[in-house]
Design a protein around this ligand. Structure first.
Ligand SMILES: [Zn+2]
Length: 476
C-alpha cells in the first residue's frame, strides 16, 4: 500500500476499464483491494481490516482460507499475479524491442510497476556458443550466505614497525594457509608470515598450513618477516620484573635487531611503542634505564621458530607507582575491528556470479553434450522492486533459517546503476524456528512506522537483523 503509484491507480478506480469479467474471483480481489486502499488513505478512517482481501485470496487459494501462517513473499507474488490476471491487457504483446513484447505476456499496471527481466545466459565451454533466456520476474530472490563464526584473537605483527599490530577477525573454518591469504588480501601483509601459538611453558609452536583455526584453542600469533633478511631477526621474550619476580608476557616479539654481531634496541623500542599504555610511553625515552637485554642473541643456539635465537629483555622499574601494573596485558593495546558484515551487494554478487553447471547440456553448435557455465542478470528494472532474502534452506532435508545479518542502505540503494530507496521492509522475527514466527513491517512515510499487528507507531530506525523482504522505489 506504500507503493503510491499502485495505490493511486486503485483509489482512482482506473482498473474498472480493464476488469476481466471472465475471472470473477480475480475481479473480486481487485474490488476488495481497492476498497482497502481507499479506506487506508482516508484520513477519517480509524480502523481498517483486510478481511475482505483475505477472503478473496482464500476463495482462490485454499491455503489462505483459514488462519495458518504463510510465507509473505509467496503471498505477495500470488496477490500481484492475481491482480494482474484480473485486468485485461491494455495491449497485446507486439514485436521485439518493447519490454513486454519480449516476454510475450499481457500488460497491466502490475507488470508496468513491478516486473523486470531476469536473463540467464548459458555458455558452452567448448565453442563459446551462448543461449540466452529472458524471464519476467517481480521478485528478486537473493541467496544469503550462512552465518559465519569468527574469532577475534588472531594477532598480526607487521614487519614494518610503523604499522601497529592488529587483531583480526578470521572465519573459524579457515586453515592457516587461508589465514595467510586473508592477511595478504585484507590486511596487506606483503612479505612472508609465520603463524604460531604458545604452550604452557611459553614455548613457540609453529602452525602447519593445514591446521584449522577452529581446532586451535590458543591465541594465534602471526608475524610478518622478510625472508631475504632472516638472519638479522630474533625473537624477544619480554619480562616484567616486580620485586624479585619475573613475569613473562604470553607471547614473543619478532624483531629485526641483529646487525652483524651487534644487537640493537632500536627495533625493540619501535615495537614497544605500540604495546605500552600511553601513560608509560615515557619509559621509551630512556630505554636503557628501564629495559635490559639479558641474554644477547648472536648465535642461533636456542633457536626458536624459523631457527631464530630468542633474547630476553627485562623491564624493571624501581619506582613502583610508575611501573606497568600487574594487570598489564599488551594485547589489550591491540584493538580488534568489527567483524566483517554481509551486505546486500554480496548477496546480489552471489546471484549474478558465473556458475559452472554440474550437468552436461546439449550444445547445438558442437552437436554433443558439453560443459556449460551460467550467468544471471537483471534488466528493465521496475519502479517498485521487491527484494527477497532467501533465509530458508534445506539442511539434511529439514528446512532451516539462515539468520545472518544482511546490511543494506535505506537510501542510495544502487542496483545495476539504478538508484532506489527503501519504502517498506518486512521482517520475520524468529531466529531458528521456521514453522512459526511473527511478521512485522516497516513503512516509510515522512518517517518510519512499525506495523506490528494492530499497533502502528513511529520509530527512529529499522531492525535489519530480521529483514526478510524489502520494497524499493526507483528514484526519479
Ligand atoms: Zn558448443
Amino acid at each position: 500500500m506504500n507503493c503510491w503509484k499502485l495505490s493511486k491507480y486503485f483509489m482512482a478506480k482506473e482498473y474498472e476499464r480493464f476488469l476481466n469479467q471472465n475471472k470473477p474471483r480475480n475481479a473480486a480481489l481487485i474490488r476488495s483491494y481497492s476498497e482497502l486502499v481507499s479506506q487506508a488513505y482516508n484520513e477519517r478512517t480509524r480502523i481498517v481490516t483486510p478481511a475482505e482481501v483475505k477472503r478473496s485470496m482464500g476463495a482462490i487459494y485454499g491455503e489462505y482460507r483459514y488462519n495458518d501462517e504463510q510465507d509473505v513473499i509467496e503471498f505477495i507474488t500470488r496477490m500481484l499475479d492475481t491482480l494482474h490476471e484480473g485486468l485485461i491487457s491494455e495491449a497485446r504483446p507486439n514485436a521485439e524491442g518493447t519490454k513486454m513484447g519480449r516476454w510475450n505476456i499481457n500488460k497491466s499496471i502490475i507488470t508496468d510497476l513491478f516486473f523486470f527481466s531476469l536473463t540467464s545466459t548459458l555458455q558452452c565451454h567448448e565453442c563459446g556458443e551462448s543461449k540466452i533466456s529472458i524471464e519476467p520476474a517481480m521478485c528478486l530472490s537473493l541467496p544469503v550466505p550462512p552465518r559465519r563464526r569468527y574469532r577475534d584473537d588472531v594477532v598480526l605483527f607487521y614487519m614494518q614497525l610503523s604499522r601497529s599490530p592488529v587483531r583480526i577477525h578470521a572465519d573459524v573454518t579457515l586453515n592457516v594457509l587461508g589465514l595467510k591469504e586473508l592477511l595478504r588480501t585484507e590486511y596487506l601483509a606483503l612479505e612472508k608470515v609465520v603463524c604460531l601459538w604458545y604452550n604452557g611453558s611459553r614455548s613457540m609452536v609453529e602452525l602447519g598450513d593445514h591446521a584449522v583455526l577452529n581446532d586451535i584453542h590458543h591465541r594465534v600469533f602471526c608475524y610478518e618477516y622478510s625472508e631475504a633478511h632472516l638472519s638479522s631477526y630474533c625473537w624477544i621474550q619480554l619480562k616484567i620484573r616486580k620485586l624479585s619476580m619475573d613475569r613473562s608476557l604470553r607471547f614473543n616479539i619478532l624483531v629485526q635487531s641483529l646487525a652483524g654481531d651487534e644487537f640493537s634496541m632500536m627495533c625493540v623500542r619501535d615495537v614497544l611503542f605500540h604495546l605500552l599504555p600511553k601513560e608509560n610511553l615515557w619509559m621509551l625515552d630512556d630505554l636503557a634505564q628501564y629495559f635490559k637485554l639479558e641474554n644477547c642473541p648472536t648465535t642461533p643456539s636456542d633457536g626458536g621458530v624459523l631457527g631464530l635465537p630468542v633474547a630476553s629483555i627485562v623491564c624493571s622499574n624501581h619506582e613502583e607507582n610508575r611501573s606497568l601494573g600487574s594487570s598489564y596485558d599488551p594485547l589489550d593495546m591491540i584493538i580488534a575491528g568489527k567483524p566483517p558484515l554481509v551486505c546486500i551487494q554480496d548477496c546480489l554478487d552471489r546471484l549474478l556470479e558465473m556458475e559452472e553447471l554440474s550437468v552436461l547440456l546439449h550444445c547445438n553448435r558442437c552437436s554433443t553434450k558439453q560443459r556449460f557455465s551460467k550467468t544471471m542478470n537483471v534488466e528493465n528494472l521496475p519502479k517498485y522492486l521487491i527484494v527477497h532474502l532467501k533465509r530458508f534452506e534445506y539442511v539434511n532435508s529439514l528446512l532451516a533459517k539462515i539468520s545472518t545479518l544482511v546490511e543494506y542502505p535505506l537510501d542510495g540503494f544502487m542496483l545495476r546503476g539504478t538508484e532506489y530507496r527503501v519504502i517498506g521492509i518486512c521482517n520475520h522475527d524468529s531466529d531458528r524456528v521456521i514453522s512459526s514466527g511473527h511478521y512485522v513491517s516497516y513503512v516509510r512515510k515522512e518517517c518510519w512506522y512499525l506495523c506490528n499487528d494492530q499497533i502502528i507507531r513511529k520509530v527512529n530506525g529499522v531492525d535489519k537483523k530480521h529483514t526478510y523482504a524489502l520494497f524499493l522505489e526507483r528514484c526519479e
